[in-house]
Design a protein around this ligand. Structure first.
Ligand SMILES: N[C@@H](CCC(=O)N[C@@H](CS)C(=O)NCC(=O)O)C(=O)O
Length: 203
């Protein structure tokens, strides 16, 4: 049985929970208690040396990094979240890199400020707002070409954005997302998936 060490409210854990739900993979979640700083102490530091979540252990094989964990799970169980064709895989990797480098650092500023009680300076939010608009414009253009980021089917590219958008929708940047019709339609479609409801504890 795959063991995940994480927290159900954590964005990075949710990518993994979504991958597990979508691939119908059995797992056991061990909650790492952020409130008591469990992530910064042993034994968690042996699982994740940066003191972050999530981490995984599968039959004695242990590693960390949410996106690597998602790829591993999908490949291990023969899931459909990694395109089989070379071009589809290239697009998936492109969009995951955009998420990591150009989307998440900006959207997280709003999530910290409005959801996780970590106030950000106005100048930081202003810069993040500009970066987010640029990223959303690029996503909008991509989603005019295909229903999902890497083509005709849901892939890990879509999964990697989901936890951040879920929280962003509870902040004032919901209005920014609404300016991008293809992004909005894509979010409506993927956030209604039963697997996402399961991953976020709504079902
Ligand atoms: N690159 C890592 C980032 C993990 C990460 O930032 N996790 C957050 C929770 S979503 C965390 O543990 N934050 C606590 C900290 O950084 O001290 C991954 O994708 O797994």
């Amino acid at each position: 049985m795959i063991k995940i060490f994480g927290h159900p409210a954590s964005t990075c854990t949710r990518k993994v929970l979504m991958t597990l739900a979508e691939t119908k993979t059995p797992f056991e979640l061990t909650v790492v208690d952020f409130a008591t700083g469990e992530h910064k102490k042993q034994p968690h530091l042996s699982r994740q040396p940066f003191g972050q979540i999530p981490a995984i252990e599968d039959d004695g094989f242990a590693f960390y990094e949410s996106r690597a964990i998602c790829r591993y799970i999908n490949e291990k169980v023969g899931g459909s979240l990694i395109p089989v064709d070379l071009k589809g895989r290239a697009l998936m990797e492109q969009w995951i890199s955009v998420e990591t480098s150009n989307f998440t650092p900006h959207v997280m500023k709003f999530i910290y400020h409005h959801v996780f009680q970590r106030p950000q300076e106005p100048a930081v939010l202003e810069a993040a707002g500009k970066g987010l608009e640029t990223a959303l414009g690029v996503l909008e253009a991509g989603l005019t070409k295909s229903p999902f980021l890497a083509g005709a089917q849901l892939s890990l590219a879509d999964v990697c954005y989901m936890p951040y958008i879920e929280y962003a929708m509870a902040t004032p940047v919901k209005a920014t997302f609404a300016k991008y019709p293809h992004v909005s339609a894509w979010w409506t479609k993927i956030s209604e998936l039963p697997s996402w409801k399961k991953a976020t504890g709504k079902a």
